[in-house]
Design a protein around this ligand. Sequence first.
Ligand code: ZN
Ligand code: ZN
Length: 354
Amino acid sequence: MRKQELAAMLQGAPYDALMLTSEVARRYATGFHSSAGAVYLSAKQAVFYTDFRYAEAARCAVTDFEVRELGSGASYAAAVNELIAQDGVKTVALEDKALTYAAYTAWADSLSATAVRLGDGLEKLRVCKSDEEVGQIVAAQRIAEQAFDEIRNAIKPGVSEKEIAARLTYLMLHYGAENLSFDPIVVSGANSSKPHGVPTDKPIEAGDFVTMDFGCIVGGYCSDMTRTVAVGHVTDEMQTVYDTVLHAQLAGIACCKAGVTGRAVDAAARRVIEQAGYGEAFGHGFGHGVGLEIHEAPAVSSRGQSPLPAGSIVTAEPGIYLPGRFGVRIEDMLYVIEDGCINLTEAPKQLMIL
Ligand code: ZN
Ligand code: ZN
């Protein structure tokens, strides 16, 4: 729960109150997950409105916001307008980056205070993870690693990509995940050259690389990992490409610390791949922030122009993709600290030939 940090945002801000209505922002503020609701925060009041479906659970779980139930047929805007009147609020910040245009304008039209854009204020707060948030992400990562340990027994010629994806899904839920961070990517052989390929009925064959990108959610927080394994045997080129991706990842990790830009970390990894002659085959960024959302700030790519803050968690996921042939990606999660980073991923990453 983040009431203190959110309240601090009000100080000196061009708004008197905050309205958080997106699912992620509500969860960030209250720690409570619901499909509907609204968080209102002013200097005087902190209220979480939700409906009958969630009210009882919310009253048990949410401590630093007053939980109020919205009656059926009542509107959130009317309820919030009462608070606005009580508090004498003139301007209210809305989540312009998270809301649809229609939702933003509907709120702006129905509130009795002037709507202003929240901008990236919440993003900046979310980027630095508390110990508790790090703990959830690590817990999710451990579950994914347990699934990875076990899935390796199932990867053999004749088993389809879809079957591996289904088993990964089951294993992560079985080991305690509340959900998946995203649908697992399992691509093999020539399909593995598609960075975000979709698992197909293609059976895994000897001589394939199998790339698995997957993660799960604990306490609302996502994990994200990728491993590429080989089946039966590899060619010299496959080994070279794998080693190049691993060296690139290690170069990026070595460069990753607070104060360094995401762009510089990306460049350190990219240099290794370019020098090996595969520059064209690494067409995406080195990494991204992870938290309540699977992709969030900060960017660790050529777009990452601001220094990485201490306390952020980012992925390290270079890859080389040779269309029609094969691809390799290796992805860990890094916790950025002042003098470096802590790798939160413990799964081995030397090439495994199953
Ligand atoms: Zn991933
Ligand atoms: Zn990722």
